[in-house]
Design a protein around this ligand. Structure first.
Ligand code: ATP
Length: 361
């Protein structure tokens, strides 16, 4: 039976640096085997959380419970936690094997046990061929894997990764993302990953916690955050979106009916349901808009005119003017052939209510 108790319990954590509130009453659990990503703009408190989990920083208030034990005041070496740094922090004068063995020696492990573990972890990460190389003789991706091998070697309960792919170029980054995710799956380890890169977070995580100014803005699966952002901040921070500002007419079950540019639209309701007459913003993703010659059957439909298009290779970004004054604009993604065929004639744009999230600002 799997252990249902959370591996990590973050309980009311706050961290103040003088007047700066880096973390503000953060409370959440992390399950065993979860790949959880802390995502947010620079200065939102991601690294502070990670450093507190690692024991490199003490919180101003609150507790960290690891495997049922309060570790808030324990130093890093006493915790069953390890870390991969952005710059890998590999020792340049040590070979790959020596780098990976280092932490095991510190733990006081015997020579034979170290040798066994080293063989095991190098083979697991397909690094056997590089055991005698020095970091300078490795590619960026290989160095990253060595850093991961070193961090995983002592078999920590929790692995902290602080923007570990930041030093890689875009192409390699994509490849290493897949690799990292697959390693996490195969080891079944709990990964706490920190990044400001929303695409990276969407690609790898089981769960994303969006932080803003030291507070949790939203906590959910990549799909939940992308298609059902809870706030304007999340809608804009993750992916691209259309933000439609309108006035609430009322509710229809768990949906909100709103007026926008002389049309009635329906979308999913936010956690805190707005009152009739209130001004709200709704978010609809660019790829969820469909083009039609006649009024479509979708719950939401508006008429517009294509006023711009940008070729993006695999798809085309369309700009559509909507409403009597054509002041409002929508952006949409379509495949390049569809995009090219759309001309100056008025066109219908449709989308389902489930694809439009009314937001709490
Ligand atoms: P980045 O993506 O830029 O690393 P972050 O989300 O990881 O940002 P933190 O490093 O956690 O942000 O910092 C949160 C806030 O706390 C910031 O305003 C930062 O300036 C402040 N801060 C962090 N460490 C210290 C410190 N040692 N002394 C003073 N202020 C600090």
């Amino acid at each position: 039976m799997t252990d249902q108790t959370p591996l990590v319990r973050i309980d009311g954590l706050s961290k103040h640096f003088g007047q700066t509130v880096a973390l503000d009453s953060l409370t959440l659990d992390i399950a065993r085997g979860e790949f959880v990503t802390f995502l947010g703009p620079s200065g939102c408190g991601k690294s502070t959380t990670l450093r507190i989990l690692g024991g490199f920083e003490r919180p101003t208030t609150g507790r960290v419970i690891l495997d049922g034990v309060d570790v808030t005041n324990q130093p890093p070496e006493k915790r069953h936690v390890n870390m991969v740094f952005q710059d890998y922090a590999l020792f340049p004068h040590m070979t790959v094997a020596q780098n990976v063995s280092f932490g095991l020696e510190l733990k006081g492990m015997g020579k034979a046990a170290i040798s066994n573990r080293l063989t095991e972890i190098l083979s697991f990460l397909e690094l056997e061929a590089y055991a005698d190389r020095y970091p300078v003789q490795l590619s960026g991706g290989q160095r990253q894997r060595v850093a991961l091998a070193r961090a995983l070697a002592p078999d920590p309960a929790l692995l902290l990764l602080d923007e570990p792919l930041g030093a890689l170029d875009a192409k390699l980054r994509g490849q290493v993302q897949q690799e990292l995710k697959s390693i996490q799956r195969r080891t079944d380890k709990t990964f706490f990953f920190v990044t400001h890169d929303q695409e990276e977070a969407l690609t790898m995580s089981d769960r994303i916690v969006v932080l803003n100014k030291g507070r949790v803005e939203q906590d959910g699966t990549p799909e939940q955050l992308y298609f059902h952002p809870a706030s304007r901040f999340v809608a804009q921070f993750i992916g691209e979106t259309n933000l439609l500002s309108g006035r609430v007419r009322g509710t229809d079950g768990d949906r909100i009916v709103m007026d926008w540019q002389g049309t009635t639209l329906t979308g999913t309701a936010p956690a805190s349901v707005p009152d009739a007459g209130q001004t709200v913003t709704a978010s609809v993703r660019l790829e969820k808009l469909g083009f039609h010659n006649e009024r479509p059957q979708t719950e939401n439909a508006v008429q517009g005119r294509v006023v711009g298009r940008t070729f993006l290779g695999s798809r085309m970004a369309m700009q559509i003017a909507v409403g009597e004054t054509e002041e409002a604009q929508l952006r949409a993604y379509v495949d390049a052939d569809t995009g090219r065929a759309l001309g100056g004639d008025p066109v219908w744009i449709g989308w389902d209510a489930d694809h439009m999230a009314v937001l709490n600002d």
